[in-house]
Design a protein around this ligand. Structure first.
Ligand SMILES: [Zn+2]
Length: 450
């Protein structure tokens, strides 16, 4: 069996991955808060853990991959009021967009996707357990987790008490026993959503949903918990505290994996700067597979600095990849995985290394060498490439019609047949100016929107 090493955020080093049950690996990844369309920062964990899930399914007989949807949150309440849309319509519409956009990026559906609002009784039950065990207290209609009651707090994110207080400053209120205590339940009234609870009408804090849903659908402890690095503190630190304090389990999960954030032209993506890159808009600039390629071309733990060049290089690489895939017929339906490729993925999901191997094969194949074709087909299948027809993708405002392009390509073929290479090159250059790239294969000329 493949020896897999993954970076564990808690120990800050790569460790050998030993599943709790090798017959059934379990992974949970924090999902979207459905109040707006997904941006590329929301897509990165979905793409990264999609690749990890495909790889784990290749190595182990069974994987259950679970994720949540946060459909109760202050950001949702605010967006619903601002846009004058009821909360259910807003969250179901945004979740539909999320699924459409992730599918366009070749992310497979999770085995189980669970919504916070479907688990309010489980959250109330867990909060009551925490109160009963002396880890939580009621104050002014709120229920708060008592951080000093859980001495392990801070071990995951390596935060000192001062850093913990600073991180929780936003929630410092006079009813807290300790400044770093965090909210499990808070009072709520219309128009904000509310549910009946032993502590009055209210709604859950954000952190409790993941812990309650993991306990129900995954079980504690489990193998891998993933998410963006921005969730490490306080969200994941709080998940550990809630889960271990409520159930008495010593370990919450064996591996914490966090992907780095995406910056745009070296700046943090934010609505106030106005540089948020929505997946739907990026899909007007590039096919989904190219966006996926761009995300995976940087190692998942590193920050990814997004630029027009990032996408343009990825588009080019994907075009070559597809040309190589189509260069020879697929001989054998049985997939043969390349050992070096598997080793790259087993080394903390090193996708840049996997891509450099793939690019080498692509080059050989485009030079007419068929011996790497089968392993390229297998690698693309494993990594989630090759399913889309890149030639079907259209930019939002094309500068030229398909009929014009095809007429020009026919003229170029005539020029080449008459050995008028200067004219053929001029046609190629003029098409490129209009955003059309031509690729000549041994048998035909293919064209793509740039
Ligand atoms: Zn979570």
């Amino acid at each position: 069996m493949q020896d897999i090493h993954l970076y564990h955020s808690k120990t800050k080093q790569k460790e050998r991955f030993n599943p709790i049950d090798p017959e059934h690996v379990k992974m949970y990844v924090c999902g979207p808060t459905v109040y707006a369309r997904p941006h590329i920062g929301n897509a990165r964990p979905r793409i990264v853990f999609d690749v990890l899930s495909r790889f784990l399914r290749h190595v182990y007989p069974k994987l259950t991959y679970v994720g949540n949807v946060t459909d109760v949150d202050d950001k949702i309440n605010k967006a619903s009021q601002e846009q004058n849309i009821d909360i259910k319509t807003l969250t179901s519409t945004m979740l539909k967009y999320f699924h459409e956009d992730m599918s366009a990026l070749n992310c497979l559906p999770l085995d189980l996707e669970v919504k916070a609002t479907d688990h309010i009784p489980e959250m109330i039950h867990m909060i009551q357990q925490l109160i009963d065990k002396g880890h939580a207290y009621v104050a002014k209609g709120h229920v708060l987790f008592s951080v000093p009651s859980f001495p392990e707090y801070g071990r995951l994110s390596h935060r000192t008490l001062t850093e913990q207080i600073e991180g929780a400053r936003v929630e410092v209120e006079d009813y807290k026993h300790s400044a770093q205590d965090f909210v499990l339940w808070k009072p709520s009234q219309s128009p904000d959503p509310y549910w009946d609870s032993p502590w009055g009408q209210g709604r859950p804090g954000w952190h409790i949903e993941c812990t309650a849903m993991i306990k129900k659908h995954v079980g504690l402890p489990f193998d891998i918990h993933g998410g963006g690095i921005d969730l490490l503190f306080p969200h994941h630190e709080n998940e550990v505290a809630q889960g271990c304090a409520a159930t008495g389990c010593h370990d919450y999960c064996n591996f914490w994996m966090h992907n780095g954030l995406i910056h745009v032209a070296k700046e943090k993506m934010s609505k106030s700067i106005g540089n948020v890159l929505y997946v739907a808009d990026l899909l007007d600039d590039a096919p989904g597979e190219a966006i996926r390629y761009a995300v995976l071309s940087t190692h998942y733990r590193r920050p990814l600095d997004w630029s027009d060049e990032t996408l343009s290089l990825a588009k080019q690489a994907c075009r070559k990849l597809h040309l190589a895939l189509n260069a020879f017929p697929v001989q054998d339906s049985k997939l043969m995985m390349d050992e070096a490729l598997l080793d790259a993925l087993a080394d903390d999901l090193n996708t840049p290394k996997a891509f450099s191997l793939i690019q080498g094969w692509v080059k050989s194949i485009l030079n007419g060498d068929s011996q790497y074709h089968h392993r390229l087909v297998s690698a693309c299948h494993l990594l989630g490439f090759g399913d889309q027809d890149l030639r079907q993708w259209r930019p939002k405002n094309p500068k030229v019609t398909v009929d014009d392009i095809e007429a020009q390509i026919a003229l170029r073929a005539d020029a080449k047949a008459a050995k008028n290479y200067q004219k053929a090159d001029e046609i190629r250059a003029s098409l490129l100016e209009k955003g059309i790239v031509i690729e000549d294969t041994t048998t035909q000329t293919l064209w793509y929107w740039q």
